[in-house]
Design a protein around this ligand. Structure first.
Ligand SMILES: Cc1ncc(COP(=O)(O)O)c(C=O)c1O
Length: 421
């Protein structure tokens, strides 16, 4: 089927939830994708952080073929060979004790919120109202289901669906005083993306995370981290919290776990896990043999790539900083490992640069209006970074020239303000 006929049919038949780019992808290999016209694209987004091993990875392909020929689904009413082993690997690398498997990021997050409430009820021994308030962060993103929406700190995602789950208050991200002010003994969980992804690649400050950890420990609440985008090797460590020396009570992961097959997980401590009993939570598809067999292979590969991710991440970050020196329109460079971003001074410029790169066969993504986000596969090489930097340099140059003198003065002033913020 051609791009024209697919897009015509989709326009008529699908809920209108995405504004897709006019490209029909038909195959992928390594860091490249090919469209229906045979054009090649360098993939610096990896399906929003999912294809961390690139496309058509030989071990993943072989595992899918082997397992699909043996067993795809049995439900969680029976055992299969892979859940226990996958849980063993995830608990070993996370420092946590137990896992629950589901199908997506938002589902993992829903389960984490349920854990927080159930843990509070289990520990409510004095007959008062159990802890129930959830502190979530402004500018965060946790998914599209109701609990995830209720804790997502960006009004544009929540507004069309109110009323949402009650009991959530938002804290200014990285604002120690605001956290202190809003935290009290009624709080059952403090929820943080270790690095905010949709919100523009904004890492949590070490002091803020340490305060959240201390407050939750002291009062018996839970520190719940969302590492759905930043976890599982993306920052050059298994988990982003491992850069901070903090251990959460609960962490959620998903995106790259099964290399494109739907799989998410909640990881938690033995102490918290005691609040869950058979029947309280579940899933039909989650943690099936096919996805779990693939995830085991993903984790074996991820372990070997961590150093490479750190090296390439530093190389990429330094190159973006060098670009920053040459372009007034860049307000900030942020990120860790292969989760990098540059913030530009206008959404028009960010749109134009993303579009031009796509035209040249490079896939990146614009998030939070003005932020160019890079989530390449862990297997990229320096030459791929160089190619993206050269293309960015030219695209910025060309599109900055389209702005008039006034805008340039504005952007210089904004850059100064941003530097002092
Ligand atoms: C940090 C974070 N949490 C949760 C989600 C939701 O994951 P999913 O789209 O798999 O439901 C996302 C997706 O982008 C995310 O980046």
């Amino acid at each position: 089927m051609s791009l024209a006929s697919v897009s015509r049919m989709e326009a008529k038949l699908l809920l209108s939830t995405y504004e897709r780019q006019p490209i029909l992808f038909v195959r992928g290999r390594g860091v490249y994708l090919w469209d229906s016209r045979g054009k090649r694209y360098l993939d610096f987004l990896s399906g929003i952080g999912v294809n961390a091993l690139g496309h058509d990875h030989p071990v993943i392909q072989a595992t899918i073929k082997r397992q699909a020929g043996r067993l795809i689904h049995v439900s969680n009413l029976f055992f299969h060979e892979y859940q226990a082993e996958l849980a063993r690997m995830l608990t070993e690398i996370s420092g946590l004790d137990r896992a629950f498997f589901c199908n997506s990021g938002t589902e993992a997050w829903e389960g984490a919120l349920k854990l927080a409430r159930a843990f509070a009820q289990m520990n409510n021994t004095n007959g008062h109202k159990p802890k129930w308030r959830i502190l979530a962060m402004e500018n965060s993103f946790h998914g599209r289901t109701f609990g995830a929406l209720a804790t997502t700190g960006q009004p544009k995602y929540r507004a069309p669906f109110v009323p949402l789950m009650p009991g959530v208050s938002f804290v200014k991200f990285n604002d120690l005083e605001d956290l202190q002010r809003k935290f009290d003994s009624s709080v059952c969980a403090v929820c943080i993306e270790t690095i905010q992804g949709e919100g523009g690649i904004c890492p949590v400050n070490p002091e803020f995370l340490k305060l959240a950890s201390r407050l939750t420990k002291q009062s018996g609440a839970l520190l719940v981290l969302d590492e759905i985008q930043c976890g599982l090797g993306r920052t050059g460590r298994h988990f982003a919290y491992q850069h901070y020396g903090v251990l959460p009570d609960v962490v959620t992961v998903a995106k790259p776990l099964a290399c494109g097959l739907p799989l998410g997980a909640i990881l938690t401590t033995e102490r918290v896990a005691r609040c869950m009993h058979p029947g309280m939570h579940g899933t039909t598809f989650g943690g099936g043999p096919l996805a779990c067999a693939v995830a085991i292979e993903f984790l074996r590969a991820e372990k070997k790539l961590l150093k490479h991710v750190r090296t390439l991440g530093e190389y990429f970050h330094a190159a973006l900083r060098e670009l920053d020196r040459r372009h007034e329109s860049i307000l900030d460079v942020r990120g860790a490992g292969l989760m990098q971003a540059i913030e530009l001074d206008s959404s028009e410029l960010a749109k134009a640069v993303t579009k031009q790169l796509l035209h040249e066969g490079i896939i990146i993504n614009r998030t939070h209006e003005t932020v160019l986000r890079f989530l390449p596969p862990y297997v990229i090489q320096k030459k791929h970074v160089d190619e993206v930097i050269t293309a960015l340099d030219a695209a910025l140059q060309r599109n900055e020239e389209l702005t008039d003198g006034k805008n340039k003065t504005d952007s210089r002033r904004r850059k100064e303000v941003h530097a002092h913020a």
